[in-house]
Design a protein around this ligand. Sequence first.
Ligand SMILES: Nc1nc2c(ncn2[C@@H]2O[C@H](COP(=O)(O)OP(=O)(O)OP(=O)(O)O)[C@@H](O)[C@H]2O)c(=O)[nH]1
Ligand SMILES: [Mg+2]
Length: 476
Amino acid sequence: MTAPVFAVVGHVNRGKSSVVSTLSADPSVAVDDTPGTTRAARAYPMRVDDEVLYTLYDTPGFERARHVLAWLRERETGTGERAALVRRFVDEHAGTGEFAPECELLKPILDGAGILYVVDASIPATPAVEAETEILRWTGRPRMALLNPIGERDFSAQWRPILDQYFSLVRVFDAHEADFARRIGLLRSLGELSEDWRPAIDRAIEVLDGDRGFRLRESARVVADALVDLVTHCEEKRLDSDAASDPEKSGLEARYYAQLAERELRLRRDLRRLHLHDDLQVEQAVTDAASVEQLDEDLFDLTTWSQLGLSRSQLAAAGAAAGAVVGAGVDVSVGGSSLLLGTAVGGIAGAASALWGFGQLAQVRVLGLQLGGRLLRIGPMSNRNFPWVILDRALVFHAAVAHRAHARRTPVDLRAAEGVVAALPRDVRGKLESAFEVLRKSPGPDALHAATASLAGEIEAILREREPGRSPPTPR
Ligand SMILES: Nc1nc2c(ncn2[C@@H]2O[C@H](COP(=O)(O)OP(=O)(O)OP(=O)(O)O)[C@@H](O)[C@H]2O)c(=O)[nH]1
Ligand SMILES: [Mg+2]
């Protein structure tokens, strides 16, 4: 079974590279609003475990389609010769510098690729379209048109009767919004384009489904591991005297929250990696540019906490307290910013700790050491809401990266995201709470292992439940 090849073509700057990027889950494809960004045809194979499922060619856009068509028409001898004439056009012009984009985009088609013709459905059709589609028709290859709306307006009603004349299939595919389910839907349509490709496309869908399942399972596992680490984490410091001084306490507390923040960052990195979004930026509720860089992924923010039941006045009090008390010590570790909302650890855990008093959120103990001396220990986190806050944030973050089209390069904005855990069914919350309860009690290795596995299983079920439903792309 050979993997099908598709050439993604269209006018310059219409979202061709975006379609390639999203359909191949490859964020390395150059997408830019400068017309003419793609200068050469380039193959992007969709691989899973070294198996190539299909290949997409990103191509430069048509720039002089009407001239190309005029050249072809002048030399036309009969309809049966049209594909050969297109080949002659490419042979005569390739390497001359004339019609360079047209030669580049036609080559993979002449080599046997199917055609995905991309138009921007948010602008009206231009006269160039007829020449472009006519040239593509002359190649005789199977072809589908994609209405990719770049802007807000919708001219698809105007586009359809034009595209219908040239394409056996016309589909809407928003390359910047399409999630996994829509990608699969589009693949199914590609399978309808030619009987020859059907078995390979069916195979591709099966493999991609399996791969998706694997990524969700791994995501659940890294979230469960992070929850365990975060809830059970402790920081310790040897004391010179029997009691801890205030600077000793606040220093250790700062280190503790900094470690929690660091661990959550690691979880987010893991989730981005699992969904092939390693470089995706995340926007948070901070305003100044330097601090965005430092603090773009805070550990707790007020929105999440309020979803979990803190009242507005509690939040206000916590906010005020944090800036004054905990924030000062903690912010140093995150670049000296005194911003409350965006700070990694000067956020709500530190804030709540300040509000409720040192040691109310996480356990603090002074322990005697066998060989003399004393140890100050902070952790594990005893606050009951804490694992829920972490889980909620992890699920919100997961949704943001797992459903994100790879063509879309703007930062993820979590500020308006809705929480997840508050809406979970009672029985699911019950099972999660049982596992959290085990974690809070400093479990032995076996109990810890069982609780981690139970968490991973529950979280995987939540992630699967939250997968968007499968529906074919909007038919014409
Ligand atoms: N919002 C939105 N923007 C899009 C979409 N598709 C493309 N764009 C934007 O439109 C611009 C062009 O997208 P590309 O994918 O680079 O287009 P192209 O057809 O490959 O362009 P050239 O290589 O220059 O011919 C970029 O700024 C994209 O971010 C879309 O579906 N939605
Ligand atoms: Mg391009």
